[in-house]
Write a protein that binds this ligand. Structure first.
Ligand SMILES: [Zn+2]
Length: 317
C-alpha cells in the first residue's frame, strides 16, 4: 500500500492550516479538518461535531451487562455515547464533491454539539459555491440536515447534482421503522427531515441503481442494510484506495459486528454488510473513513479470525 497522506498546503483546495485572526466566527482550539491524498484525488475529512446518544443505541440485541462492559473497557461512561459526525470533501478532476452534509439543526433533539458544517467548511477555505456534487450515503437527518440550513441552501449552486440511490429516495416515501430502536422523537424527526429534503431538492437529485461514477476515481456503491439505499463511496487513484463507509461501520462494530445499532432499519442485513466490508478492507489494506468513527476517522482494518481491529492511521502533518 502506498497511500500518501499529506497536509493540505500541497493540495489544490487552497486551505488554511492556521487560525485566521480577525476572521469571522469563534476560533476553535481543536482541529476540525484532516486532509490526505489518494493518488490524484484530494480528500478532506471535516467534523460536523458530536452527537451524544444513549449507550443503548450501540446495540439493542446485546445483553446490557455485556454492552456496559464494552463501554467500561473503552473508558467510556455507561449511559451516553458520543458519536463523532464526519463528512468528507473530495476534489477529483474539476469536481468538488461533498459526501454527506451533517446534522443541520433541530432544537427538539437536543444535539447542540453537531451541525457545525458550514462554519467548519468556511474555516477550511471551502466555498459552498465551489461544490459541484453532493453524494449522500443515505437520508438520515445526520447526513442531510446540513443541506437544509438556510444560508447553506442559498449559497449552493443552482446546477448542483445530488447523487443518492433510487432505493433510498423510494424508501423515504413510506419508511419502515419497525426494526429500529431509537430515542423518543427521533423517528418523527427523521421522517420529517427526509420529507423536507426530498421536497426542497427534488430538482437536483440524480439517482442511481447500484453504482455510479461521480467523478474520475470516485464511485458510489449501494450496500443496503442500514437503510435500503445506504451506499458507500470508494476512491481509487494511482494505486491508492479509500472507502468512505457512511453508517456501515461504527466504533463498536469491530469488536461486535453482529450488534444491532438502534438506527439500522434492517439490522440483520446491516450486520452482513458490515462484516463483508470489514473483511474486504482487511484483505486489501485500503484506508477506511466512516461517518461516526472518532475524528479524523482515518485508519485500516485488521482481522484475526472473527475479530476485527481498528488501526488508526498515523497523523502526517
Ligand atoms: Zn449516521
Amino acid at each position: 500500500m502506498n497511500q500518501t497522506i499529506r497536509n493540505t498546503q500541497e493540495t489544490n483546495m487552497n486551505l488554511h492550516n492556521t487560525t485566521r485572526p480577525g476572521g469571522p466566527g469563534p476560533q476553535e482550539l481543536v482541529p476540525s479538518r484532516y486532509a490526505l491524498k489518494i493518488g490524484e484525488i484530494d480528500v478532506m475529512v471535516i467534523s460536523d461535531g458530536v452527537l451524544t446518544l444513549p449507550g443503548a443505541m450501540l446495540a439493542h440485541n446485546a445483553d446490557p451487562a455485556v454492552r456496559a462492559a464494552w463501554l467500561k473497557d473503552m473508558f467510556l461512561p455507561p449511559d451516553a455515547f458520543d458519536w463523532a459526525l464526519n463528512v468528507v470533501v473530495v476534489h477529483s478532476g474539476d469536481q468538488t464533491i461533498l459526501v454527506d452534509a451533517g446534522l443541520g439543526s433541530d432544537p427538539d433533539l437536543h444535539l447542540p454539539r453537531a451541525g457545525q458544517l458550514s462554519k467548519r467548511l468556511e474555516a477550511a477555505g471551502i466555498d459552498l459555491e465551489s461544490v459541484t456534487d453532493v453524494v449522500l450515503t443515505h437520508m438520515h437527518m445526520d447526513h442531510i440536515g446540513g443541506l437544509l440550513v438556510d444560508e447553506v441552501k442559498e449559497r449552493l449552486r443552482p446546477d448542483l447534482r445530488i447523487h443518492v440511490a433510487a432505493a433510498e429516495v423510494a424508501f423515504w416515501e413510506a419508511p419502515d421503522f419497525s426494526h429500529v430502536s431509537m430515542p423518543p422523537g427521533f423517528p418523527d424527526a427523521l421522517r420529517a427531515t427526509a420529507k423536507r429534503f426530498a421536497k426542497e431538492y427534488h430538482n437536483q437529485l440524480r439517482t442511481f441503481e447500484d453504482e455510479h461514477e461521480v467523478a474520475p476515481g470516485v464511485v458510489v456503491t449501494r450496500t443496503g442494510g442500514h437503510t435500503p439505499g445506504h451506499s458507500v463511496v470508494r476512491l481509487a487513484s494511482g494505486g491508492d484506495r479509500l472507502t468512505f463507509a457512511g453508517d456501515a461501520v461504527f466504533t463498536v462494530g469491530f469488536h461486535h459486528p453482529d450488534w444491532h445499532n438502534g438506527f439500522e432499519h434492517d439490522p440483520e442485513e446491516a450486520a452482513r454488510v458490515r462484516v463483508r466490508l470489514l473483511r474486504e478492507l482487511a484483505a486489501n489494506g485500503e484506508l477506511l473513513v466512516a461517518t461516526h468513527m472518532p475524528f479524523p476517522s482515518t485508519g485500516r482494518v485488521a482481522v484475526d479470525g472473527d475479530h476485527f481491529r481498528w488501526v488508526p492511521a498515523f497523523w502526517d502533518y
